[in-house]
Structures are given as C-alpha cells and as structure tokens.
Design a protein around this ligand. Structure first.
Ligand SMILES: Cc1ncc(C[n+]2csc(CCOP(=O)(O)OP(=O)(O)O)c2C)c(N)n1
Ligand SMILES: [Mg+2]
Length: 297
C-alpha cells in the first residue's frame, strides 16, 4: 500500500468517520491520475470548506442528482482531448447514488460509460441529520424512521444497488468494506483496469448515524462482513464470486454496539438473522451454480 494519502488530513469529518477512511483507501489504490466527480453529502461538505480542499487529485463538486452524468461528460471531454489514461470516478453517498442520483447512475450503467461509479454507503442521509435512505437497513432507527411504541424503525429491507447494477449488464460490480483494505484496494485496481462502466458499493459505518463509538468503526465494518449482513463479492462479466466466505458472527453481535438498533426485540433480531441466513445460502448456491447474472437479469 502506498504511504502517501491523496486525501489530506485536516478535513472536518467526525472522529471515526467510515466514509473518510474508505475514501483514503480508494484513493491510495486508484493513484493520482484520476478525476473525481462527487455528489453533495458529508464527504463533499467536510473535505472542501471554501477555500480549502483535502483532495490532492482533481475533484468536482456536482449536485446531489448527477455525479454519474457529470463523470460521463468529463470522460467525453478527456476523449476529445485525446487523453486515454485519466480515469474518471463518480462518487456519492447512498442518498446520492441509491436514491436521488439513481437515474443518472442507471443511465451511465446502461450507456456503458468508461467510468467507475462508487457508492460509499453509511446507510442514511447523514449530512442533513440522518434521514432514512433506500440503503438504510430494516429495523434501523433514523430521524425519519424513528423507533417508538408503534414503530420498529425502518420497516423495509435494504435496497440492493450492486445487484441492480449487475442487471444493467455492468462488466464489473463489487462490494467492499474499509475493514478489508487489501480486498477493497484490489477491487479498485481491477475495476480501473477494465474498459467500460464499473460499479462498486462500499459499506462505511457512520458513528453519528449508527450511534456507535468512534473507536469502533473498523470493528463494526468487520462485524458487518463476518455476520453476513454485508457480503463481500465481485460480479465479473456476470460471474458471481464471494471474496470472503466465513460467517463467524451472529447478526445480534453486529447490531449490539449500534444505538440505531438498540430498541429491537429478540423476535425482530431473529427475523433479521433468518433473512441473512437465507441470503447467504442463496448467494452460496448462486456461486456454485455458475449461473451468469448478466444473462439472466
Ligand atoms: C436535490 C437535493 N435534495 C436535498 C439536498 C440536501 N442534501 C444535501 S446532502 C444530503 C444528504 C446526503 O446523503 P448521502 O448521499 O447518503 O451522503 P452522506 O451525507 O450520508 O455522506 C441532502 C439531503 C440537496 N443538496 N439536493
Ligand atoms: Mg449516506
């Protein structure tokens, strides 16, 4: 791993910010010959308080909706200039990519733009006060899905953008976690070596939104993977393959250090465990079957 960070320290993220750790890892793997187009959100607000910037690579702030569209345009401009080496990354939070910029993401995937689209997923609209997003998991209490006498928190399951990206026929789709830095960085490098559109989705704990101790970010990111709540995989040319296959923790162990789940009763946790176990089995079967996802989705 190179020791030089392309995201300079001194930015204004919270202590233990998962997205900040994630972006440092992404940039170390991607290297300096990139242009980042970033939707508004925590990582935009905290890294670029005017007139300062933590970004040591060219970086463009775009609106909430259009990171993938701007990235498509930047790539077209580079092509016109005869530049075939600079990589373009469309970056956004879960609100920006899973929900509000979803149409732009879908369009870029469908047009097979030569860009890498990355969602850093802290499972809420963190920047504006932790509202629920499509990526917020079942049972999480947020300011717009608050737990209470008649509410278990968010009643819907998490929206699955990596599989939706695969359904577009995307050549390379991967999930990642900042707790598995080598895996994350290998995936970034592989993605950037492939021509055409690539999609990566990285789960990044947010101590404020998840109401967890700021010293626990990496442990929680690791427990998400070890419990099967967040499965690490790649879909290369339609072929699904997990990159971490040990399920050694229970869902309860993952949920316990997070205040956003502390209201959940045993029956709701059991429901989540059942959901995770079923998904795990289905993904295991999918991997064994060798079914090509690009062909069937
Ligand atoms: C169209 C539009 N709606 C709402 C906002 C206000 N807004 C700015 S950032 C943000 C939340 C971003 O959430 P996410 O993309 O998940 O990034 P995070 O803050 O969690 O890192 C919202 C709602 C906006 N800038 N533009
Ligand atoms: Mg978010």
């Amino acid at each position: 791993m190179p020791s030089t960070d392309l995201l300079a320290p001194g930015h204004r993220t919270c202590a233990g910010c998962g997205p900040a750790i994630t972006i440092r890892e992404v940039l170390r793997a991607a290297g300096p010959d990139i242009i980042v187009c970033e939707a508004t959100g925590c990582m935009e607000v905290t890294t670029t308080p005017y007139p300062e910037s933590s970004w040591k690579v060219p970086w463009i702030h775009v609106t909430f909706e259009n990171a993938a569209s701007v990235a498509s345009g930047v790539k077209a401009a580079l092509r016109t200039q005869g530049n075939d080496h600079t990589q373009v990354i469309a970056l956004g939070g879960d609100g920006g990519m899973v929900d509000i910029g979803f149409a732009a993401v879908s369009g870029a995937l469908e047009r097979n733009e030569d860009i890498l689209i990355i969602t850093y997923d802290n499972e809420a609209y963190a920047n504006t006060g932790v509202q629920r997003s499509g990526a917020t998991p079942f049972g999480a209490s947020t300011t717009t899905s608050p737990a209470g006498e008649d509410s278990i928190g968010k009643p819907e399951w998490k929206k699955n953008l990596p599989m939706i990206a695969a359904a577009h026929g995307c050549k390379y789709v991967a999930t990642a976690s900042p707790a598995f830095a080598a895996d994350l960085q290998n995936k970034i490098k592989k993605a950037l070596s492939i021509k055409g559109v690539k999609y990566m989705h990285i789960l990044a704990p947010c101590p404020i939104g998840w109401r967890s101790d700021s010293s626990q970010t990496i442990q929680i990111a690791k427990a998400a993977v070890q419990s099967g709540m967040w499965v690490l995989y790649e879909i290369e040319n339609g072929n699904f393959k997990r990159t971490f296959t040990q399920k050694t923790k229970t869902v309860k162990e993952y949920l316990t250090p997070q205040g956003r789940f502390k209201h959940l009763k045993d029956e709701q946790i059991a429901k989540m465990q059942e959901h995770v176990d079923n998904t795990w089995k289905e993904l295991e079967n999918l991997e064994k079957s060798g079914v090509n996802l690009v062909r069937i989705l």
